[in-house]
Design a protein around this ligand. Structure first.
Ligand SMILES: NC(=O)c1ccc[n+]([C@@H]2O[C@H](COP(=O)([O-])OP(=O)(O)OC[C@H]3O[C@@H](n4cnc5c(N)ncnc54)[C@H](OP(=O)(O)O)[C@@H]3O)[C@@H](O)[C@H]2O)c1
Length: 338
């Protein structure tokens, strides 16, 4: 039985009255277990991580979080403290990504979370709690993108694979994973100064975003990419569609550039290309467990340490702002007990 009066630390974002528009500000607060939402498992959090959606939530984006004060954090890993579901016992090592965590359910930027048991994934044996959060939602999403491209028939001999937002979380892991699987990866970035980082992850070539955007209205461009992982959306996605090789595919998972997509059907009906949607939030449980196992074994990424930096609560505000401005490089893992 858990003591509902147990107190712990959490990062809480509140709305503060601004002169014009409302402003949002985060601070460390003391909370008690009884203030957490209902759920059948209480988890003592060890690690969380930063994702673009957390930056939106911390900035008052109502499409992500409807009411404040709120604790963001769409990812968490830790140890079961108490469970009403016999499938989990106190002491079990678990992780959770997506569902409603950190959106309208108090999230992982906290020393405790209480959630429905079906959101939990048992930590693979060969993976540490920290390792799981270096991957987090970004890692699961990158793996889903790569898996979808492979299921669609992609093979290394078909040619170059493009990854956009390559220095960000999803992008960094997609570059590393595809390179490890033997693909020739071109990294598209807005940060040419990070060329050494991208080469370390395995990128064979680097292109700027501007280089990929052709402002003409031509329905098709030169066939360039066998496939792509796109986190940007908008113009960049349209230009990728126009530049795919005959029969090529793009796995689209993000909107870092824009949620809009102005396109024509020509690449689909003349080049036989595929636009593959990817969602990691509600991926079914069996599928997500199998991908986590894969990320712990044959898809284990060797350069994880180069991708990640550990931060504590006092650095959260700053890191979330950097992320919102498109400045993120690699993954930030939050040690909630530091
Ligand atoms: N579908 C899903 O389930 C799912 C899951 C996770 C994330 N996402 C989405 O995927 C995107 C990336 O997430 P993340 O967590 O990897 O974020 P992140 O770590 O903040 O990385 C985003 C990266 O996108 C690039 N970027 C920034 N502004 C851009 C612009 N205007 N045009 C093109 N690229 C831009 C930047 O990389 P460069 O400077 O290297 O270009 C930036 O580092 C977000 O839109 C997020 O919402 C979707």
């Amino acid at each position: 039985m858990i003591d509902e009066t147990l107190e712990f630390k959490a990062f809480e974002v509140s709305e503060i009255a601004g002169d014009d528009a409302p402003a949002f500000s985060g601070r460390l607060v003391q909370r008690s277990v009884r203030e957490l939402p209902k759920g059948d498992v209480l988890v003592r959090v060890s690690w969380s991580s930063l994702n673009y959606k957390d930056a939106l939530s911390a900035n008052g984006n109502r499409g992500v979080t409807r009411t404040y004060p709120h604790t963001p954090g769409i990812d968490a890993s830790g140890i079961v403290a108490c469970s009403e579901d016999s499938a989990f016992q106190p002491g079990d090592h678990v992780l959770v990504t997506g569902y409603d965590l950190g959106m309208n359910t108090s999230g992982g930027f906290s020393q405790y979370i209480r959630i429905p048991s079906h959101w939990l994934v048992r930590l693979p044996e060969a993976m540490s709690l920290r390792h799981s959060m270096v991957l987090g939602t970004a890692g699961l999403t990158a793996a889903l993108c790569v898996e979808k491209l492979l299921n669609n028939g992609l093979r290394p001999e078909q040619g170059d694979v493009l990854v956009t937002g390559a220095t960000g979380g999803v992008g960094s892991i997609a570059v590393a994973l595809l390179s490890q699987l033997g693909f020739c990866v071109t990294a598209c970035t807005g940060k040419p100064q990070q060329a050494a980082y991208l080469s370390l992850l395995g990128a064979r070539a680097i292109v700027s975003r501007a280089e990929l955007v052709d402002s003409s209205t031509r329905p098709l461009l030169k066939e360039r990419w066998a496939a792509a992982v796109d986190v940007a959306g908008g113009d960049l996605l349209w230009n990728i569609l126009r530049s795919l090789q005959y029969g090529g595919s793009v796995a689209a998972c993000g909107l870092a550039g824009s949620p809009a997509l102005q396109a024509s059907v020509f690449p689909f009906i003349l080049r036989h290309v595929n636009l593959l949607g990817v969602d990691s939030v509600t991926t079914n449980h069996e599928h997500r467990c199998s991908l986590w196992q894969k990320l712990a074994s044959e898809w284990r990424i060797t350069q994880l340490e180069s991708i990640s930096k550990t931060i504590n609560f006092s650095q959260l505000d700053y890191e979330l702002k950097v992320m919102l401005e498109g400045g993120a490089v690699g993954r930030r893992v939050l040690d909630v007990n530091a």
